[in-house]
Design a protein around this ligand. Structure first.
Ligand SMILES: [Zn+2]
Length: 259
């Protein structure tokens, strides 16, 4: 029985005192691989996830400039970015997209950094990992125009919409990655989306250290806790735990390891 965490931030300082123990617990819980998200503190440091992937066999990595940090990125950073995509453990570009909740970078700058990174990802033929916060329509419009025609696919990280949004994202070539939110009692729309997601488009993640699932809600999240999310997803979909693990692992491999 194995699981793959499609999205975690184990470079986060919250893990500085016990990172090795956290990784050990993940492996013991059956989390065989984790995709470390490389946005870190933003450029010029683009290797936050790669450092983990180079140190630990269980990690894959992404490289990405988060919309929060879009205003910090220079042409040299984008150049370095595209070079890092050649690393054998860098599987995807992300997390990239638009964040209108915090608006840490001006919206026009967020959009241009997003478009530029989609271009780089397309040249490297790597899937993209999408973050969108209060920017669903704008994010989808940019994806439809700048990404879907390349037919490479991607991941809607921490999918938090309902069945209608799920359907639109799937139509644009995306896999939906469900995290701890799906275990929250009031997250009925997300639970409906999880029920109706086709078996070949579902992924699972923690977003650790954020968004721990019930019964650890509000605590620091870590990959070992993903078993709670997996159990909930299996229950919602009327599948066995084994089936849910197999499906999400196969999907991860198809999207990220076989292309
Ligand atoms: Zn994230």
């Amino acid at each position: 029985m194995s699981l793959i965490d499609s999205h975690c931030h184990l470079d986060n300082a919250d893990f500085n005192n016990d990172r090795d123990a956290v990784i050990e617990r993940a492996l013991e819980a059956g989390v065989e691989h984790m995709m470390a998200i490389g946005t870190g503190d933003g450029p010029p440091d683009l290797e936050a996830a790669l450092r983990l992937a180079e140190k630990y066999p269980a990690f894959y990595a992404t490289v990405g400039i988060h919309p929060h940090d879009a205003a910090k990125a220079t042409p040299g950073d984008f150049q370095r970015f595209s070079e890092l995509l050649a690393h054998r453990k860098v599987l995807a570009v992300g997390e990239i997209g638009l964040d209108y909740h915090y608006d840490f970078s001006p919206r026009e700058v967020q959009k241009s950094a997003f478009i530029e990174q989609m271009g780089i990802a397309a040249s490297a033929k790597k899937p993209i990992v999408i973050i969108r916060a209060e920017a669903w329509e704008d994010t989808l419009a940019l994806i439809e125009r700048h990404w879907t025609p390349h037919a490479i696919g991607g991941i809607m990280h921490c999918f938090s919409g309902g069945p209608e949004e799920a359907h639109r994202a799937i139509d644009l070539g995306f896999y939906l990655s469900f995290g701890g939110i799906v275990t929250f009692p009031k997250a009925l729309a997300v639970q409906e989306a999880a029920k109706s997601t086709p078996r070949d488009r579902i992924l699972i993640e923690t977003d650790a250290p954020y968004l721990a699932p019930v019964p650890k809600r509000g605590k620091r999240n870590e990959p070992a806790l993903m078993v709670h999310t997996a159990r909930k997803l299996a229950e919602l979909r009327g599948e066995s735990y084994e089936e849910l693990c197999n499906t999400t692992t196969e999907n991860f491999r198809r999207l990220l390891l076989l292309n």
